[in-house]
Write a protein that binds this ligand. Sequence first.
Ligand code: AMP
Length: 385
Amino acid sequence: MAIASDEIARIVERYPPVPAVGTIGSHSAIDVADGAVAEGLASVVIAQTGRDATYARYFRTLWDAHGARRRGCVDEVWEYPKFADIAAPEAQERLRQRGVLFVPNRAFSSYVPLPAIESDFRVPIVGSRAMLRIEERSERENYYRLLETAGIPSPRPFPGPEAIDRLAIVKLPHARRRLERGFFTAASPEEYRAKSRALLARGTIAADDLAAARIEEYVLGPVFNFNFFFSPLGPRAEGLELLGVDERRESNLDGMVRLPAAQQLELSESDRIPEYTVVGHGTLTVRESILEEVFRIGEQFVDAARARYPPGILGPFCLQTCLDHDGHPTVFDVAARIGGGTNIHLALGHPYGNALYRGPMSTGRRIALEIRRAAAEGRLREIVS
Ligand code: AMP
């Protein structure tokens, strides 16, 4: 059974006046740690043995003889054999004892089983515990319905491959690397059949996943990931902030588009089907006349999320969109937590976030600021779930 919000509230009310900020050591952990120390909070990163050097060595805080930070932003690294070990009762107790407020990222919801997060993880999460589920395939239909109720444009689905009559994208996980994508595009049922056959033979996709895949219209336009923040601490009208926008670098798609057309045509048949493995991010701003619509869908999402998954969005979230030929954003995916691309402005701040706060405001720093404000007003229970 899901942990009652009252129980988390009681836990956070026993926390020290200055809590620490913790997160899983992957995804956006450097941004979160950097933001925490910029706001005067301690950072704790949960690392997995064998993939800990980034945090335990290269970004680790080094102190001088007077106890001042000499370099780095990861104050404490707690190493476990597996990320999922953080849900063990002793590890949870350690987090509570240390006064850690936990910032959920995609690594957390991917490596720690969701039922454990929802029903057993008795550590305050800065964000919406109930919404982490919407990224799961089992919850996808509810998620599409959420966008629909919110009135947010999303790509039109096709009922099956035979209905493909324009460029479509087929969405399914990679057969072996389950956290990666096995997406492909097709503009007709014939192309769907040919490509799926090739990808099945290559072992990129599996037949069961293909049968359950979502097929949707391919929105021809650049990808803009809008990194928002929602604060429940002030009036509703001041709650939504746009901090920044990122785009992704995807392999091997980005490699292909860097080739001249003649060389693209020389790729072997199987190399011509791009994969969408995210390997990095770049920064963007959006034409100002588009911003109002971006804010509108952000507001609609916040309202719909609050009604469907109470208490709804708390803190950072990301709407992943393609901007169509008229500049209208179509939301093809949502992260109801810190987005994967916020490191683009780590320490420097996001352009829009800086404009709002008149100084460097990254997503990590905005999270820490929210914690500091809530702690100062004795309202931590309102920003955690
Ligand atoms: P996702 O796994 O939802 O984050 O999507 C991975 C990538 O697939 C995105 O970064 C886009 O490049 C692409 N993509 C997903 N859905 C669509 C769509 N409906 N139209 C165009 N591109 C899409």
